[in-house]
Design a protein. Structure first.
Lengths: 134, 134
DNA sequence: TTGACTAATGTAATAACATCACATATCGAA
DNA sequence: TTCGATATGTGATGTTATTACATTAGTCAA
């Protein structure tokens, strides 16, 4: 398995838009950025986003309806830990981290309750260090 | 401070709709349920939901754009722990729990990164024990 | 090559979720 | 009673996401 997925044209366009952005983008923001590349409809973006999510190359931030490129593309987290996101409501910056203990505690809960987890979202909203001190 | 908030008419209607539901409801589902009570516009629902969220009487589930009545109305969690939700994608049932260790780990991370958290979302999606064994 | 299958794409329409802007009403305190 | 704060009513609009259907492109076996 290669590190990088083989992407189609639309998938590459969408991924690059996210990769060059300095923060999360909404699907419609991506659409607008790609109109010059021939994008005309939301579905062109959403289909690409779905695949990129499958491939683990991007993340969806549920609490702000937006998407970011994965900041640790080399670690293949799928196998083990879940990822937490700290989202600054002032500057929009997103920081990604994972924590074995949190992952373990969640797994403990699901195991003891017979709950089969498929995806776990952890999003911390607030103000980042930079913005707080400014 | 009383255990129960003094609610306005619209707030009561919305809260009761959520309290008698056996799972999360979307704002528009609530609207439809309350048309008989004179509700006509989304804003009537959203305004009530905002207040109920403020009061800590309900929760918003970010990953499914829906709302639930708080299942532990007596514990005043605001002070200490954050709440995690396990959401069954099959039956829609939501289970609420809190975990001191997870709360602590998140606080450790925010403290060491100078991040001032205002709200943290933890949502576990999957299939509950009942549905998994069925 | 043809045919058949699968994946990707294009497009319009619509559904689902949420807020803005502005008018009106209610209620308590000065 | 007048003022200010809170709550409400209503229409229009903004934002996010999906459905439905048509078309194109690539793969592979007969």
């Amino acid at each position: 398995m290669t590190t990088t997925q083989e992407l189609t044209k639309n998938q590459s366009l969408v991924f690059n838009a996210l990769a060059r952005a300095d923060g999360p983008l909404s699907a419609y923001t991506i659409l607008d950025q790609l109109r010059g590349d021939g994008f005309r409809a939301p579905l062109q973006v959403y289909r690409a986003l779905d695949k990129l999510l499958d491939y683990g190359m991007i993340h969806r931030l549920e609490s702000i309806n937006a998407f970011v490129a994965c900041s640790h593309p080399h670690e293949h987290h799928h196998s083990h830990g879940m990822i937490a996101f700290a989202i600054c409501d002032t500057c929009g910056q997103v920081t990604e981290f994972s924590d074995e203990i949190i992952t373990g505690r969640v797994r403990d809960w699901t195991n003891s309750n017979g709950f089969k987890q498929s995806k776990t979202t952890i999003e911390i909203r607030g103000v980042c260090g930079n913005c707080a001190s400014a």
